[in-house]
Design a protein. Structure first.
Lengths: 261, 249
């Protein structure tokens, strides 16, 4: 009887919806705790540089690797698509515009949701199940000030820096590919790159990457904080952090495109 | 009365863990709470530092009801309480020196020099001199517990709470930890609560022993009174006879 009830699709959908709403509520609670912890600069201030290095500087190699190969592929595919129909300097336009507006921020965001989000969820999840977070509280520390604020601020500050570096690398890789494999000249590529360039495009990319930094770090912290059980719980939290932050990045990507462009 | 738990009820979902738990610990006294695994010993202890809030009942520390406190005031109480966790709960990413000094950083007037000096004193008390720059992963189970104790006493608390301090340790290390508990009590004059299921430890360190069973204190008395107790639940536990526990109400 109970098994039949549990297999009822209405029950499953309803249960899942309620769980999601409850999760959002708990995330909101942690967000409020984090905002309230912001004035405790003495607690999080000395931890911020270390987190900026871990979240930002250490992520640069993987972000640049992804961006470089994306730039190469973009240039080759643009040339393949344009052949005979569109002037080849449009390769520069397509590489520049797409890297700045979309692929630089989104691919970097998705890569960092795997690297940074998973790392935060696993670290805080392990701290939760080994009572390290409880230990912080018993020593009169606010866990939000000690653990969440430096990670979230580091994400907000460093994601745009990593995205800008990755975008520049992608464009540079597209340019080198155009020179070496497409028989284009540097002035041709630059002509295309400048053709529809707007300074707003860069601001748009920075806004997106700020929001992705906030998303990846806060979701990583949330799933780490709410970890239950032992090693299995940590694994589950890590997976959820990556999946949920990747989904939210894609939703935010569409939201910013719809509202800011 | 320095620590008082009055009629504390606590449930996790449908699992009712504490069912009217009451305990009074006097100034300077050491009380051991014994009982089977899963009977709510650690849950009761976590109420004393506000890590858990009772569903019903009251928790008083230092004459203050924790249930009515804002976080800032609760943190002031916590500064007078040292908590030694079952598995030490040392921070993996910090050295032993940084772990022990972490609580000291909350004291505004504490200088770096004074902090380093206090850390050295605490590590000397638990016989871990020379381990300052090591990380928790480089320590044995007993050394971790001693480092956890050093961290708990660093802020010179008035209350010390031990959650299963000897669980998983060999007999020699167990004796070392028991001696440290007694040494700490004598040197720091702290009020102590020890959660354990190790009766030998309880007899050795405690002024009074309370046995928790089905979410309440079933029996409370001096070690001699516990030894002489005829309650089948108490006898079943101290003699390791589950049939006595199962037969009792």
């Amino acid at each position: 009887m109970k098994t039949r009830f549990l297999l009822n699709p209405f029950y499953l959908v309803g249960r899942s919806a309620l769980d999601t709403v409850a999760q959002i509520g708990r995330w909101g609670g942690l967000a409020m705790d984090t905002l309230r912890a912001l004035p405790q600069v003495g607690t999080w201030g000395r931890l911020l540089p270390g987190q900026m290095a871990r979240i930002g500087v250490d992520s640069v190699p993987i972000a640049l690797f992804i961006a470089a190969f994306t730039g190469v592929v973009m240039a080759l595919q643009a040339s393949y698509t344009f052949t005979g129909a569109v002037p080849l300097y449009f390769v520069g336009t397509l590489v520049g515009k797409t890297m700045i507006l979309e692929l630089g921020p989104v691919l970097t965001g998705l890569a960092l949701s795997g690297r940074v989000g998973a790392s935060i969820a696993a670290e805080l999840g392990t701290m939760r199940v080994t009572e390290q977070i409880d230990a912080l509280e018993t020593m009169a520390y606010d866990p939000a000030a000690y653990l969440v604020v430096p990670r979230v601020l580091a994400g907000i500050i460093m994601f745009p820096v990593v995205v800008i570096l990755a975008t520049a690398t992608g464009i540079a890789a597209g340019w080198l590919t155009s020179l070496q494999l497409l028989d284009m000249s540097t002035p041709e590529f630059m002509k295309g790159l400048r053709l529809f360039f707007l300074p707003w495009d860069v601001q748009f990319a920075v806004i997106k990457s700020l929001s992705f930094g906030l998303t990846v770090t806060s979701i990583g912290c949330f799933f780490g904080f709410t970890t239950r059980g032992g090693a299995e719980g940590v694994g589950l939290s890590t997976t959820r952090a990556v999946v949920v932050s990747s989904m939210v990045i894609l939703v935010l990507d569409a939201f910013w495109a719809a509202t800011l462009l | 009365m320095s620590i008082v738990l009055q009629d504390v009820h606590k449930a996790f979902g449908s699992n009712q863990v504490l069912r009217g738990f009451s305990l009074e610990v006097h100034e300077g006294e050491t009380v051991a709470i014994v009982g089977q695994s899963g009977t709510g010993k650690s849950v009761a202890l976590k109420h004393v530092v506000g890590l858990l809030k009772p569903d019903r009942g009251e928790v008083w520390v230092d004459g203050v009801n924790l249930g009515q406190l804002a976080v800032e005031r609760l943190n002031e109480i916590r500064r007078h309480v040292g908590y030694v966790f079952q598995f030490a709960a040392l921070f993996d990413s910090l050295t032993i020196e940084e772990n022990v000094g972490l609580g000291l950083r909350r004291i505004p007037e504490m200088t770096e020099k004074a902090m380093a000096e206090r850390v050295r004193e605490c590590l000397a008390l638990v016989e871990l001199e020379g381990y300052e720059s090591r990380f928790p992963a480089e320590l044995s189970g007993g050394q971790k517990k001693r480092a956890g104790l050093a961290r708990a006493i660093a802020t010179q608390p008035r209350y010390l709470l031990y959650d299963e301090p000897t669980t998983g340790l060999d007999p020699v290390t167990t004796t070392v930890i028991n001696r440290l508990i007694m040494k700490t009590r004598e040197e720091l004059k702290v009020t102590t609560v020890v959660i354990t299921h190790d009766m030998e430890s309880a007899y050795l360190v405690a002024d009074r022993i309370g046995m928790i069973h089905e979410g309440v204190i079933r029996f409370m008395g001096t070690p001699e009174e516990v030894r002489a107790c005829s309650d089948p639940v108490v006898r079943g536990f101290i003699e390791g006879k589950p049939e006595l526990l199962e037969g009792a109400g």
